[in-house]
Design a protein around this ligand. Structure first.
Ligand SMILES: Nc1ncnc2c1ncn2[C@@H]1O[C@H](COP(=O)(O)OP(=O)(O)OP(=O)(O)O)[C@@H](O)[C@H]1O
Length: 560
């Protein structure tokens, strides 16, 4: 493949799809269009992730298809490579997203929708442009590649040739020309997938499945473009411990993990930018997806997640993984091809046509004569040969899908189907929206009740706290009171004791006064005694002129 076209850098686009669940509480909240919140129900545990798009529980298969895969299909028709891969924990809806129910209008996943889109686009083309669509479906299980469209379960090998690039040797390719044929192919492949029983999901697919669509387009000027699309349904991403796998299942989980961990290493090496060595060759999965990650490819990843509390670790792990993938940059350019299946088909038709012409003009040749059975008449033989040639031409022509008149009937039918489907989907979307609104209303009511009960609980707690506060204060006051009481008792005791001493002393003074101070002197003293507030003492007036003092004054005067 040559790169004569301009090269554009394009990041891998990452989308998140939330699996429907009735379980409460939910650990995931989607905010806006591209912001995701994850919480362990504690405010401080909130983690925010930003993606190219997030799909809520009620998102339909068409919503997913339109945003994730449709732009890539448009470019595949113009000769670009594209990849859509689903990543996530077992049972979160990877297979539902990629395949769903191919026979149901509204449950069809990305792969069947790709074909409705491709066939409708081809039918709507007015220019003389022809296409061939070839599909392959393989599985990587325990690092072995098997063909899902071939029962033999033979292990296939990856080969590389300069003119072809990477390819899987002996993988069966089917050229398809109708939706019915595609549905049959998907169902056949899906039935052949390795199914294991883990404790996480009884129907869990333990293999990686790659559905490849090759669209060859021959333009009016005769040039041919080839667009290749890988549609990948990866095995469950959960860690071994969570699946309780043992023995054979453990080995299986290890190998599945090998592919996924190499995928993780490839992603790390690509976004790290410090090394030129990308370990694509370390697993079959990464080798086959080499172009999709860091190569020439338009790539989208859809990570499916659960909002259940018990899936917190796995959901966080998936979101972190998906977050890193956003930083991978691919170099996208259109593919040109000189040799193509279309040209081979056209040459084959020309060859058959000339043989038919030959038969029409020269009915019997020597070569033919030798092949005529003795019992057959020449006329019958020629007619049989012509019919067989016409049938071969028709079969090959059917594989070449040409836009415009010769596909009109098919196109009209497909358009009608597509339009009916759009109408049906719109109706379903409306009723789904109504249901989802009702669901949200009920959830809000439930939250209100929960909030109310929470606030009652909080009130209760507040009251308890207040009561405890008052009780503590009361106890404190009681302690203080007790202490004061003790101090008071001590003081009373002391006062009583002092009082008793005073009374005794007073008794003594009374006794002395009554006994030794004459009554008239006592009266005199009482009349002349007064209390001095300043000095806090009793003061006896005229003390200087009384008793011993007078005697001392008289003695002094005699001496002088
Ligand atoms: N968005 C959805 N809407 C309705 N049903 C869904 C949705 N997602 C998943 N389911 C259902 O959940 C179940 C498990 O989904 P699915 O098998 O797709 O998971 P998975 O991720 O592919 O698991 P595994 O890794 O084990 O293959 C299926 O019954 C599927 O129909």
């Amino acid at each position: 493949m040559s790169n004569s076209n301009s090269v554009k850098s394009q990041n891998v686009k990452v989308f998140i799809r939330l699996q429907p669940s009735n379980e409460e509480p939910k650990i995931l909240t989607l905010k806006g269009d591209s912001c995701l919140l994850i919480t362990k129900l504690q405010a401080e545990d909130i983690k925010r992730f930003k993606f190219n798009g997030v799909f809520p529980e009620y998102a339909s298969q068409t919503d997913i298809y339109k945003e994730v895969a449709s732009p890539i299909v448009e470019r595949t028709l113009r000769g670009y490579n594209g990849t859509v891969f689903a990543y996530g924990q077992s049972g979160t809806g990877k297979t539902f997203t990629m395949i769903g129910n191919p026979a149901s209008i509204n449950l069809k996943g990305i792969i069947p929708n790709v074909f409705t889109h491709l066939f409708t686009q081809i039918a709507l083309e007015t220019k003389n442009i022809s296409h061939t669509i070839t599909v392959t479906f393989l599985e990587i299980y325990n690092e072995h590649i098997t063909d899902l469209l071939n029962h033999s379960k033979r292990k296939l090998e990856i080969r590389e040739k300069p003119e072809l690039g990477l390819y899987v040797k002996d993988l069966t390719g089917y050229t398809v020309e109708s939706i019915d044929q595609v549905v049959k192919i998907i169902n056949k492949g899906n039935k052949n997938r390795s199914i294991g029983l883990t404790k996480l999901n009884d129907q869990s697919s333990r293999s990686h499945a790659i559905f490849t669509v090759l669209v060859e387009t021959k333009l009016e000027d005769g040039s041919v473009t080839v667009g290749k699309m890988n549609l990948v349904d990866l095995a469950g991403s959960e860690r071994v411990s969570k699946t309780f796998a043992s023995g054979h299942r453990l080995k299986e989980a290890g190998k599945i993990n090998l592919s996924l961990s190499v995928l993780g290493n490839v992603i790390s090496a690509l976004i790290d930018g410090k090394t030129n060595y990308i370990p694509y060759r370390n697993s079959k999965l990464t080798r086959l997806l080499q172009d999709s990650l860091g190569g020439n490819c338009l790539t989208s990843m859809i990570a499916t997640v659960s909002s259940k509390k018990q899936d917190y670790e796995e959901t966080l792990y998936t979101l972190m993984y998906a977050d890193r993938v956003r930083y991978i940059t691919n170099q996208v350019t259109k593919n040109d091809k000189n040799t193509s299946l279309l040209k081979t088909f056209e040459n084959k038709i020309k060859e058959l046509q000339s043989e038919l012409n030959y038969l029409n003009n020269k009915p019997i040749t020597h070569r033919m004569k030798t092949r005529i059975k003795p019992s057959s008449s020449n006329f019958q033989y020629i007619n049989e040969e012509k019919a067989s040639l016409l049938e071969k031409i028709e079969t090959i022509q059917k594989k070449i899908l040409v836009g415009g008149e010769n596909l009109l009937e098919k196109a009209e039918l497909q358009m009608e189907l597509f339009q009916n489907r759009e109408k049906e989907l719109e109706m379903l979307n409306n009723s789904e929206r109504l249901l989802s609104e009702k669901f949200q209303c009920k959830t809000e009511e439930k939250r209100m009740v929960q909030r109310r009960s929470l606030s009652l609980q909080e009130e209760d707690q507040l009251l308890d706290q207040q009561i405890a506060d008052v009780e503590r204060k009361l106890l404190n006051a009681q302690n203080i009171m007790f202490k004061k009481e003790m101090e008071y008792q001590n003081e009373i005791g002391y006062l009583l004791y002092t009082n008793k001493n005073f009374a005794r002393h007073m008794g003594l003074l009374n006794f002395v006064m009554k006994k030794y101070i004459p009554h008239e002197c006592m009266q005199k003293i009482l009349n002349n005694i007064s209390w001095n507030e300043q000095t806090q003492e009793w003061k006896l007036n005229f003390i200087a002129h009384s008793g011993n003092n007078i005697k001392r004054i008289k003695k002094k005067r005699k001496h002088t």
